[in-house]
Design a protein around this ligand. Structure first.
Ligand code: ZN
Length: 512
């Protein structure tokens, strides 16, 4: 079935979704939320994963974006020839700004980049004033969670828009569901507006850990279904882990995500995991053997934080560089988990929560309390936060590859907005703004082996771009001062982005 067949019709039903019955819907769409506080934290029952696949996936039935259209906003702006004139282009191969460039975009690609006189722009092109502005490639979210079973199509469309609105034009989905394969197809066909999707399989872990003798078949199944990556979670034993890695290598899929505790960070790197997400296993590797057995995955580490052998950090950092394993450290979220700010404090601090359904934010408030209670050991938790920062700095100083990602929409992690918080923290931890931008653009393109066609403002590159009002190399916060976003060759001026964000906020807060 093609995307267009899928998304036709039933526009009427969308209208009432948008205007009135948001609260009813929120209950209906809550299964699409990843389980709170780390998908990893509260494993679903074993049958959940299997059941998930057979549940209804209303993305088939509705036409995402119809509600936006009802507000007079184009759900998917048409691709046009664009000419961005006299703009400062931020290079991603080295820290450099090329001034006075004119950039032509056609059919989803950048076709010319040059000085004004060198570029021939067609007369019917849409001309965009770039003077005094800065053009950067769109960013990647390398650890995102896209809606799965039972997802409300409007919520799905909004999540995709929140990413694009924040200049995120690529999302690596890290908890797969078959409905996402159809969303990816619809975006590629121009039937939905959204970032380019790179889709991880359902996580191999938690309630969905394969037995050794079924692991290979699963990997082949995911490959055939069209997933781009095998997502690893907590659970597989070393033997099963090796089978997953070997089979994935045979079929040409990378394996990334978490490191199962039983496998450990060193062995996972030696086996060939391509990204290590969340940094948590680095901390577990600092726990001396005699304390290791008792700690629960992910959260238990705070209880033994006083025993961290931090002298091991440089060795782990060196091994990481040697093995060339990329890091997606998701720092901000983990500082929410192990930090001491309450959910109410976070809600007050984070303006962007108004774009997220109010009932879900209520769940986040409770989720923070539950997480803090599960972690216990406030002193140990604070040591975890400090040590994570030490590991981050050591990896950076050793020259490890970092890829931007946030784990949204986990606790207080509003898609797209969280990325800017993550970027600011990385600068605070010692990266230059250029290094942070590189980690969200060129480093990602290199990771996917496509540095000649994405992650840069270059001729032949994908037209995924962000036009900024100020130089992001001076201050990473300038990444939030947008003039507009180009996604897959479609221009969204900031005025339209704000109008649709307001519509999303209105619906999210309806009933408050
Ligand atoms: Zn995650």
């Amino acid at each position: 079935m093609t995307g267009s067949e899928m998304f036709r019709g039933r526009t009427g039903r969308i209208a009432w979704l948008w205007v009135g019955a948001v609260s009813v819907l929120l209950i209906a769409c809550s299964p699409s939320e990843p389980p709170p506080a780390g998908e990893e934290a509260a494993p679903p029952p074993a049958e959940y994963a299997r059941d998930e696949a057979t549940r209804t996936a209303p993305v088939d039935e509705e036409r995402p974006g119809a509600a936006a259209a009802a507000h007079g906003i184009d759900a998917v702006p048409a691709r046009r020839t664009l000419v961005i004139e006299g703009v400062n282009v931020v290079a991603t191969d080295e820290p450099r700004v090329d001034t006075g460039r004119t950039v032509v975009v056609r059919d989803g690609r950048i076709t010319q980049v040059g000085a004004a006189g060198e570029v021939d722009a067609p007369d019917d092109a849409l001309r965009i004033d770039g003077s005094g502005r800065y053009l950067v490639p769109g960013l990647a979210e390398m650890h995102g969670h896209l809606p799965g079973a039972g997802a409300d199509p409007e919520h799905t469309a909004n999540i995709l828009f929140l990413y694009v609105a924040n200049g995120i034009t690529l999302v690596r989905g890290m908890q797969g569901h078959e409905s996402q394969l159809r969303v990816r197809e619809a975006i590629e066909a121009g039937e939905m507006l959204g970032p380019r999707l790179v889709l991880g399989s359902p996580a191999q872990g938690w309630g969905n850990t394969p037995e050794a003798d079924e692991a290979a078949a699963r990997v082949r199944e995911y490959h055939e279904a069209g997933y781009d990556l095998v997502k690893i979670g907590e659970g597989p034993d070393p033997e099963t882990f090796d089978i997953i890695i070997e089979t994935a290598r045979e079929v040409g899929l990378p394996v990334g995500g978490h490191v199962p505790d039983e496998v450990g960070i060193e062995r996972s790197m030696e086996a060939g995991i391509v990204t290590i997400d969340h940094l948590d296993n680095y901390l577990e590797a600092l726990v001396p053997e005699e304390y290791r057995a008792d700690i629960a995955p992910l959260w238990g580490v705070a209880s033994v934080a006083e025993h961290f052998d931090t002298a091991r950090i440089p060795t782990l950092a060196e091994l990481t560089v040697e093995r060339d394993v990329a890091q997606v450290p998701t720092m901000v979220l983990w500082e929410i988990f192990f930090g001491d700010r309450s959910g109410e404090t976070l809600r007050a601090e984070m303006d962007e929560t108004r774009y997220w359904p109010a009932e879900m934010v209520d769940n986040w408030v409770e989720g923070v309390a539950a997480r803090h209670e599960a972690i216990g050991h406030p002193e140990g938790a604070s040591r975890v936060v400090d040590t994570r920062r030490d590991v981050f700095r050591a990896l950076h100083e050793a020259g490890a590859t970092f890829l931007l990602g946030t784990d949204s929409p986990q606790l207080f992690s509003v898609p797209g907005f969280m990325q800017h918080r993550e970027m600011a923290l990385w600068v605070e931890l010692g990266m230059t703004p250029w290094e942070v931008i590189h980690a969200g653009t060129r480093a990602v393109a290199e990771h996917f082996g496509e540095a000649d066609e994405s992650g840069a403002v270059c001729e032949g590159c994908r037209a995924d771009l962000v036009l900024l009002e100020a130089n992001p190399l001076d201050d990473i916060e300038h990444f939030t001062r947008r003039a507009g976003v180009v996604v897959d060759g479609r221009w969204l001026p900031e005025s339209e982005i704000q109008a649709r964000l307001e519509a999303i906020a209105g619906a999210a807060q309806a009933g408050r």
